[in-house]
Design a protein around this ligand. Structure first.
Ligand SMILES: CC(C)(COP(=O)(O)OP(=O)(O)OC[C@H]1O[C@@H](n2cnc3c(N)ncnc32)[C@H](O)[C@@H]1OP(=O)(O)O)[C@@H](O)C(=O)NCCC(=O)NCCS
Length: 197
């Protein structure tokens, strides 16, 4: 269900990277792994028992990378991508990989404490504009604060005005900019313990 929200909310991005009618296998693999090992950061918003949005926080990006390496998952994903199991458009695959490398190389930039990250937030297009993203992000930050996480970081495209607004409204501040092959990212951070409940 969260995967179908992702594909609807990021429809343009999805179309540019995956073949038509692609199976969402890549997301399912990565999110199943995250849920199994880092499930406390996976938050869902429900409307009459139907999932309408999610946010995905991790307390430490480094531990995700280490876990993916020691369990061998990262190699499994790479192999599946290479043999075409993820339905990536061949022309987009190299770009996706290079952008991920930029992401991981820049992951420590502009940080002052730790390596917690807000990886993704999305709301079903039919449920957008009702404050759901703000509630999800605030709930995630409260959970981070309870776990003693000193600072959380995220990147957002400067032209994603809806997302930038959500983050500004939930206490995040821009600390710098970085870029990859598709353009600029705004880097934002927040100190969860300083936010009022
Ligand atoms: C970004 C997203 C999660 C926002 O979800 P949402 O539930 O509609 O957001 P909210 O209703 O909580 O809105 C929060 C604020 O953003 C504003 N906002 C929402 N959509 C907006 C838009 N398209 N343009 C400008 N502001 C917008 C709201 O007015 C609100 O501001 P307010 O506090 O002044 O009222 C949603 O648009 C989405 O899923 N986008 C695609 C996925 C994505 O880009 N995720 C972020 C990746 S970094």
């Amino acid at each position: 269900m969260a995967v179908s929200i992702f594909t609807a909310a990021f429809a343009d991005e999805h179309r540019s990277r995956f073949r038509e009618n692609a199976r969402p296998s890549a997301l399912l693999d990565v999110w199943t792994f995250l849920q199994r090992h880092f499930g406390s950061g996976f938050l869902g918003a429900y409307d009459q028992e139907r999932l309408v949005g999610y946010a995905l926080f991790v307390c430490s990006l480094g531990s995700v990378q280490r876990k993916a390496t020691v369990t061998g998952e990262i190699f499994k994903w790479a192999l599946r991508a290479l043999v075409g199991r993820y339905d990536f458009q061949v022309s987009a695959l190299a770009r996706v990989v290079r952008n991920k490398v930029y992401f991981f190389c820049g992951a420590q930039r502009f940080r002052t404490h730790g390596d917690a990250q807000l990886l993704n937030v999305a709301v079903d297009p039919a449920a957008q504009g009702r404050g759901i993203a703000k509630v999800l992000v605030r709930a995630g930050l409260e959970a981070m604060s309870r776990q003693g996480v000193p600072e959380v970081r995220l990147e957002v495209r400067p032209w994603n005005t809806a997302a930038v607004k959500v983050y500004e409204r939930t206490g995040w501040r821009e600390v710098g900019r970085t870029r990859d092959l598709d353009g600029e990212w705004v880097v934002m951070t927040v100190t969860p313990s300083l936010l009022s409940p």
